[in-house]
Design a protein around this ligand. Structure first.
Ligand code: AMP
Ligand code: MG
Length: 488
């Protein structure tokens, strides 16, 4: 397991602080399956001792004994500024089961809590739970969520709320911030241990390379470039892309004030505290690149083990330059698929960009548009394509549809096969803010049925689910801007 080799400059044994009268809010049988945890008919663990474990009230179940829970130290850049030492301020790693680390978020103070209370509120825990499981079902790399356990324990944010603990699973929770920490403290031994551990457990393909650390950097960078391309393709805005929230495994992690775009707004900012729009939708690729630059500078001492300083710098600079290329390739490939294109032509980029500009200009719902685009037939007269009714500038969109149909014809596209392929990449169901909020509102009244229902609907995002059609619809106008508080 991560960090067990190291000393107290790396992690600290930290026992969760119990919560009174814990109750189940949400549980994911699919995540349970990852750790081979058996689940009863009611969708909860067969072994009832898991409630106390996942509440942070006990450290053992019939099967497991997590005797040495830990919290780890990391540092990072927040909103582009070096923030110094941070760490797991409210996350405690219980241990590992079946290759997955089990981490409790909101289980009380740790050595790294600084001014924080170590807790998380019910609202943000439900959002993290639903989004982790929804992202996984979309096929986008993410940390998983096993459960949310609630308690009446009061927690003060902008107002009094109640506590919850979200249990997360991941093969590793190592972040860019872990590397930055040991680079900043010039702990080269720790830095090397961390890189070796990642190679050993998660990037074995780097092991026999002549430059294993450079190769590791490149692999992490590629995974994160591809990850952002996937986010852009489903309209996901992370909200807080600080370097301490960036996974060394290329997983989406640390869900906070995230949001999926409803109507397409290229410069949408989902985080209400992000006044400058640093983490706006269209900036995410550039910001991830910036985070990889932070990682590259943390990797410098590792490259300097075998190169002189200026050589090491230029090698890493060159590796960093691959990021935009990898990202662009991934983005183009996904958006071609979203349009149902099987071949690749240079002019496709312009076709995609013209469409995004048009749906931005007319504030068209991003998810529904792409889903419905699969229903366009090659022999359709442009005036029959009902999607065009959503656009203000009909001349421009008609021209776009004319070019699109021509492009499809040029590769002898077949309506049925195209529709099937497009429906595998254009989800029908995403975690829209107003849906999450409705589930939270009910949960705050102790009705958790909507959380489970949403989890189930979002577990099949690419399927038609006629009985749940209403969950695919864009929000009613009055709910379009559900406020998401950043305090969590
Ligand atoms: P975040 O913005 O959620 O990624 O958090 C940034 C840092 O603040 C991390 O080190 C967190 O562990 C820490 N943190 C956030 N909320 C709390 C809290 N309620 N108690 C203690 N630490 C927290
Ligand atoms: Mg964080």
């Amino acid at each position: 397991m991560a960090f067990t080799l190291s000393g107290d400059d790396v992690c600290q044994i930290t026992f969760p602080s119990p919560i009174p009268d814990p109750y189940w809010v949400a549980f994911s049988p699919s995540a349970a399956n990852l750790i081979q945890l058996s689940v009863s008919q009611d969708g909860l663990p067969s072994d009832p001792s898991w409630l106390e474990l996942l509440a942070g009230n006990s450290l053992s179940t019939g099967m497991h004994d997590f005797a040495k829970p830990i919290s780890t130290v990391y540092s990072g850049h927040q909103f582009g500024v070096w923030a110094g030492q941070l760490g797991d301020g409210r996350a405690i790693l219980l241990g590992e089961a079946n290759g997955q680390e089990i981490q409790l978020k909101g289980a009380g103070k740790t050595l790294y809590s600084r001014m924080g209370d170590g807790r998380a509120v019910l609202r943000s825990s439900i959002r993290e739970f639903l989004c982790s499981e929804a992202m996984n079902a979309l096929g986008i790399p993410t940390t998983r969520a096993l459960s949310v356990v609630g308690s009446a324990l009061p927690v003060f944010r902008e107002m009094m709320e109640t506590a919850a603990v979200c249990a997360r699973l991941a093969p590793s929770f190592i972040r860019v911030g872990h590397f930055e920490h040991f680079a900043s403290t010039q702990s080269i031994v720790r830095l090397k241990e961390l890189a070796d551990l990642l190679i050993q457990d998660h990037y074995p393909e780097c092991k026999n390379n002549v430059e294993p650390y450079l190769e590791l950097f490149k692999h992490i960078s590629v995974r994160n470039a591809k990850l952002v391309a996937r986010w852009q393709s489903v309209g996901f805005c992370h909200g807080v892309l600080n370097s301490d929230n960036i996974s060394a495994l290329g997983l989406t992690m640390d869900y906070g004030p995230f949001g999926f775009l409803d109507h397409f707004e290229i410069d949408h900012i989902c985080n209400h505290s992000d006044h400058g729009g640093r983490y706006a939708y269209h900036r995410q690729p550039q910001i991830m690149h910036w985070n990889m630059a932070c990682l590259a500078s943390a990797f410098l001492p590792l490259l300097e083990l075998t190169h002189d300083e200026s050589q090491a710098q230029s090698i890493l600079r060159e590796a960093l330059e691959e990021f935009p290329v990898t990202y662009a390739q991934a983005w183009q490939s996904i958006f071609r698929q979203k349009l149902g294109l099987q071949t690749s032509q240079d002019s496709d980029i312009q076709l995609i960009e013209r469409l995004l500009q048009a749906i931005h200009d007319s504030s068209v719902d991003f998810t529904s548009f792409f889903r419905q685009l699969s229903q366009v037939k090659l022999d359709h007269a442009i005036e029959k394509i009902t999607l065009r009714d959503q656009f203000v500038d009909r001349v421009a969109i008609d021209q776009w549809f004319t070019d699109y149909l021509q492009r499809l014809t040029s590769e002898s596209s077949q309506d049925i096969t195209r529709m099937q392929a497009m429906n595998l990449v254009n989800p029908k169901y995403i975690l829209r803010n107003h849906l999450a909020q409705a589930a939270i509102d009910k949960a705050q009244q102790h009705d958790f049925s909507e959380v489970t229902l949403l989890m189930n609907i979002l577990s099949k995002p690419y399927d038609e689910q006629p009985e749940h059609e209403v969950y695919a619809a864009p929000p009613p106008a009055d709910l379009e801007r559900v406020a998401v508080s950043c305090s969590s």
